[in-house]
Ligand binder design. Structure first.
Ligand SMILES: Nc1ncnc2c1ncn2[C@@H]1O[C@H](COP(=O)(O)OP(=O)(O)O)[C@@H](O)[C@H]1O
Ligand SMILES: [Mg+2]
Length: 280
């Protein structure tokens, strides 16, 4: 595949067992003439987690926008189930089983957990909401992801940050997602809450979903990732499979390796300089 070689993807992908659900091939996107993304490759397979790593401004949100049908790429192509595809809208992407959980989670904090789980798609009979069934389904589906809900009537805003993220993920899975795109789900969370979300990502993978985990945290990426796509200034500067990389290498790649070494050197020179001036 020429698209793969162009950005340094291994020509023969040793992990290429499961079918690709969605693939970005050399995608690019400009906003008002500013290049946000260029020549980016990214594949999402059933039963795998693709971690997309990058610093602020690297192009992570733009890539999500393309995969989720919010923006159309200016160059390159999206391939869904082996077919070149142009999404007309996020709804169009969802209909193909590509669901995105954005950072705001699209939850109504004051509404009960079960209403948030269905949010406009509640089952009805003769125009009447089947509330008991909704509660039962919400409790059962969250339990499948390891969340023991004390009370389905509690407002979703009273759940912990990790649990709220889990409601959004379980909801997408229940409504037919095959690929789940998660935009920095652990960015605002502490260690314990991040663990709740990372465990849920593992469960989603075990259920055969393909997951895209967007993050700038290499430890979180390594905890669950099967493959890693590293973005910098809108380009993929590295692709790694899990057994090709250690957590330390991933952290170093993410930190910008040489750039960080340069920074350390500058700072230590400044410190030595100041120490010299302060010496009697
Ligand atoms: N809607 C937009 N209009 C103009 N520039 C944008 C827009 N979205 C993103 N950009 C630019 O594209 C680059 C990548 O941004 P983004 O995808 O948000 O990065 P990340 O999510 O990794 O922080 C940045 O330089 C940003 O300023
Ligand atoms: Mg972003």
């Amino acid at each position: 595949m020429s698209a793969g070689r162009r950005s340094g993807l291994p020509a023969a992908d040793p992990a290429a067992g499961a079918p690709a659900i969605i693939e970005a091939r050399g995608v690019g996107k400009r906003f008002d003439g500013v290049r946000a993304l260029s020549g980016v490759d990214c594949v999402v397979r059933a039963g795998e987690v693709t971690a997309v790593l990058g610093d602020n401004g690297a192009g992570k949100s733009t890539l999500i926008g393309l995969l989720s049908g919010m923006h159309a790429p200016d160059s390159g192509e999206l391939v869904v189930d082996g077919e070149v595809t142009r999404f007309a809208s996020p709804r169009d992407a969802r209909a193909r089983g590509i669901a995105t959980v954005h950072q705001d989670l699209a939850l109504a904090p004051l509404m009960p957990v079960w209403r948030n789980f269905f949010l406009g798609a509640e089952p009805t009979r003769r125009g009447l909401l089947r509330a008991a069934e909704c509660r039962r389904v919400a409790v059962a589906e969250l339990a499948r992801f390891g969340i023991e809900l004390r009370d389905p009537d509690q407002p979703v805003g009273t759940l912990s940050g990790g649990e709220r993220q889990c409601v959004a993920i379980a909801r997408a899975a229940y409504f037919g997602a095959r690929a789940l795109i998660l935009d920095e789900p652990t960015a605002a969370l502490g260690v314990h809450q991040s663990g709740i979300v990372l465990r849920q990502i593992v469960r989603a993978r075990e259920r055969g979903l393909g997951v895209v985990l967007i993050t700038h945290n290499p430890a979180h990426a390594y905890a669950v990732g099967d493959r890693f796509v590293l973005l910098r200034r809108g380009e993929t500067f590295a692709h790694r499979l899990r057994d090709e990389v250690t957590p330390e290498e991933l952290a170093k790649l993410m930190a910008g390796g040489a750039e960080l070494d340069e920074l350390y050197r500058e700072v230590s020179e400044l410190r030595a300089d100041r120490a010299g001036r302060m010496a009697p």
